[in-house]
Write a protein that binds this ligand. Structure first.
Ligand code: ATP
Ligand code: ZN
Length: 295
């Protein structure tokens, strides 16, 4: 009997990426019920195994072929990729997942007079992302000293370890708490699927099928099914108001002057859109979530 081909995916064990990753799999109908917190989890109904690890280890586990795929922040991936620039590195971006969005930014003390990256020339910068930072400094012809830290970067100016910092920012609240402000975004990050560039065609087929299922779930998450009734004379005006809908379905109603319009909207339907629809003559407006969708 030939051995079944299975793919191994590295996922963060616990942290900002883990919950959203499991949720996305669940929305695609793949339940990872790792109640016993095993490091290696076998998805019974699919040829897929999951290895739960720290996010920092994921790029190398994939590059070295221990894992075939991995879910990691593009910041961490880029940092490792740049650090291995002169060595063999066999991992590449496979698919963007759109969650865990954050940015790597230069942040300066609140009274610092920042105009452009040139304002920081010659300063000492603390960061946990030395390769991305050095790449940015080089591209901008800046001569700065880089102090590498493993965490708590935001306190380094207080400790006189550095003049400014380069750190992950999402809302900026941590910076404000530490008397700093975001000055310049150097890298936009989000969760991404990475893959080993040397996996077999058979494994790539399994991986591609998984990714297309996850993609369907991501699209379904963003989309809404809108149903409403509209006067026949207002069909064009009302369909133009539906955000991101391609070709709505228009159906007759018992009242000959009215029609029912059904549409899949690929963009969020906010209250103000619903108010505009109503003002244009629409009635009985329903906005429903979509569980599954295949385009
Ligand atoms: P581990 O214990 O696995 O090493 P960690 O503490 O290094 O975890 P997390 O804080 O869980 O990492 O962050 C994981 C990833 O989530 C980051 O590399 C980044 O891509 C993203 N991230 C970090 N901070 C934020 C934030 N405030 N908002 C959204 N995404 C973020
Ligand atoms: Zn980490």
């Amino acid at each position: 009997m030939t051995k079944e081909t299975r793919i191994l995916i590295a996922m963060q064990k616990s942290g900002r990426l883990s919950e959203k990753s499991l949720e996305l799999f669940k929305q695609s109908g793949i339940v990872i019920n790792n109640g016993k917190r095993q490091l290696l989890y076998r998805i019974p109904e699919l040829p897929i195994d999951i290895l739960f690890v720290r996010d920092d280890d994921i790029p190398m586990l994939v590059s070295e072929g221990t894992c075939d795929l991995g879910i990691v922040g593009s910041n961490v991936f880029k940092e490792v990729e740049l650090s291995k620039k002169d060595e063999e590195f066999n991992a590449a971006h496979f698919f963007s997942l759109g969650f865990a969005k954050c940015r790597l930014s230069l942040a300066v003390p609140e009274h610092f007079d920042f105009h452009s990256p040139q304002s920081i020339d010659g300063l000492r910068i603390a960061t946990t992302y030395p390769c991305i930072l050095k790449d940015f400094l080089k591209k901008n012809k800046l001569k700065c000293e880089v102090a590498v830290m493993s965490g708590s970067v935001e306190i380094s100016p207080h400790l006189k370890i550095s003049d400014i910092i380069c750190d992950i920012v999402s809302t900026g609240a941590t910076l404000v708490e530490n008397g700093m402000k975001e000055a310049y975004n150097i890298f936009d990050s989000e969760a991404i699927f990475i893959r080993n560039t040397k996996i077999s065609d058979e494994k790539l087929k399994i991986a591609s099928k998984l990714v297309s299922r996850l993609d369907c779930a991501l699209i379904a998450n963003k989309s809404k099914y809108v149903m409403l009734n509209a006067p026949k004379s207002k069909i064009k005006e009302i369909t133009n108001l539906l955000p991101g809908s391609e070709s709505p379905t228009i159906m007759p109603l018992a009242d000959e002057n009215k029609v029912a319009i059904h549409a899949v909207c690929s963009e969020p339907v906010f209250w103000d859109t619903m108010e505009k629809l109503k003002a244009a003559g629409a009635s009985s407006i329903l906005v429903l979530p979509i569980e599954k969708m295949m385009l």
